[in-house]
Design a protein. Structure first.
Length: 271
C-alpha cells in the first residue's frame, strides 16, 4: 500500500517593498500649448500697435506690459515666459513688433534692453505667484522618501492645479508685472544712458500710475475670464496628462500590486 505523499506547499515569496512614487516629470509642450503660446505672443504684438510715447529718454510708455501680465497670469510661469521669448525672437529677426514699429537686434543694446529681458522674467514671476510651480518641492532634512511622498502628494496635486484667486493675481501682476520689470530695466537704462541709478529710478516713477492702471485691467480680465471660461487656465502648471499621473496615484497602484503578489502564494499554499 502506497502512502499518500503530500507535496509541501512552497514557501510564500517575500513581498517587495513598495517603490517610492516617481518625481513629477517636467512639463511637456503639446500642440494646444504651442497655439496658446503663439496667441499670447500675438497679443503682446497687437498691444504695441497703438504705439508709445516717451516721457524721458528713449523708454516709451506702452501697453505691451499688459500682455506680459496676462501671459503669466493665464498661461502660467513656463508658458508665459515662453510666449515672451517667442515675441522677442520675432523682434530680433527684425519684425517691427515693439511700440512705435521698432525691431531688430539694435533694441537689445539700447536703453530698453533691460525692460525687454524683464518681460520674460516678469511673465515667469506672475505665473509663479498666480499658479505656482509644480514639481518644485524638495525633500526636507530628516524626512524619508516614503514619508515625504505621502505627506506631499496632496500638496503637489493642489499646487499643480491651483486656480487663480483675486489676491494672488493682484500680488502677481504687481510683483512680476511691475517690480521685476523695473528691476531689470532701470539698471540697464542707467548703464546705457550713463546716468546715476537713483536718478533713473526717480525718473521711472512717472511710469508707475500707468502700470497700476494696466495691472488693474489685467486683474479684471483674469478674474472675468476665470468665471466665464475657466478652461482657458487648464494645465497652467503642467499638461493635463501629467496632472493625472500624480505621486499619490502611483503609490496606490504600487500598494495594490504588492497586495496581489502577497495573496497569490497564500492561495497556492492552500491548494
Amino acid at each position: 500500500m502506497i502512502d499518500d505523499v503530500t507535496t509541501p506547499a512552497p514557501p510564500p515569496r517575500a513581498s517587495r517593498a513598495p517603490r517610492p512614487p516617481r518625481a513629477p516629470r517636467p512639463a511637456r509642450i503639446d500642440a494646444t500649448d504651442v497655439a496658446r503660446i503663439a496667441v499670447f505672443a500675438a497679443i503682446v504684438a497687437v498691444l504695441g500697435l497703438p504705439g508709445g510715447f516717451a516721457v524721458f529718454g528713449s523708454v516709451p510708455i506702452t501697453a505691451q506690459t499688459l500682455g506680459v501680465m496676462l501671459a503669466g497670469a493665464i498661461l502660467g510661469a513656463w508658458r508665459g515666459a515662453l510666449s515672451l521669448l517667442v515675441f522677442l525672437a520675432l523682434v530680433a529677426l527684425g519684425l517691427p513688433l515693439l511700440a512705435g514699429g521698432h525691431g531688430g537686434l539694435g533694441v537689445f543694446v539700447g536703453p530698453t534692453a533691460g525692460y525687454l529681458v524683464g518681460w520674460v522674467a516678469g511673465a515667469f514671476v506672475v505665473g509663479l505667484i498666480v499658479h505656482g510651480l509644480s514639481g518644485s518641492g524638495r525633500l526636507r532634512s530628516g524626512e524619508s522618501v516614503g514619508a515625504s511622498s505621502a505627506s506631499s502628494a496632496s500638496s503637489t496635486i493642489r499646487n499643480s492645479r491651483r486656480t487663480p484667486t483675486a489676491f494672488r493675481t493682484v500680488v502677481g501682476v504687481l510683483v512680476g508685472g511691475i517690480l521685476v520689470i523695473y528691476a531689470f530695466g532701470i539698471p540697464v537704462q542707467a548703464a546705457v544712458l550713463r546716468l546715476a541709478l537713483d536718478q533713473v529710478a526717480l525718473q521711472s516713477l512717472v511710469f508707475v500710475p500707468g502700470d497700476l492702471v494696466k495691472a488693474a485691467i489685467a486683474v479684471a480680465i483674469v478674474l472675468t475670464l476665470l468665471r466665464a471660461y475657466p478652461s482657458a487656465f487648464r494645465a497652467a502648471g503642467r499638461p493635463r496628462r501629467e496632472q493625472e499621473r500624480t505621486p499619490a496615484r502611483n503609490q496606490e497602484r504600487t500598494q495594490e500590486r504588492t497586495q496581489d503578489s502577497s495573496q497569490k502564494p497564500e492561495q497556492q499554499g492552500r491548494a
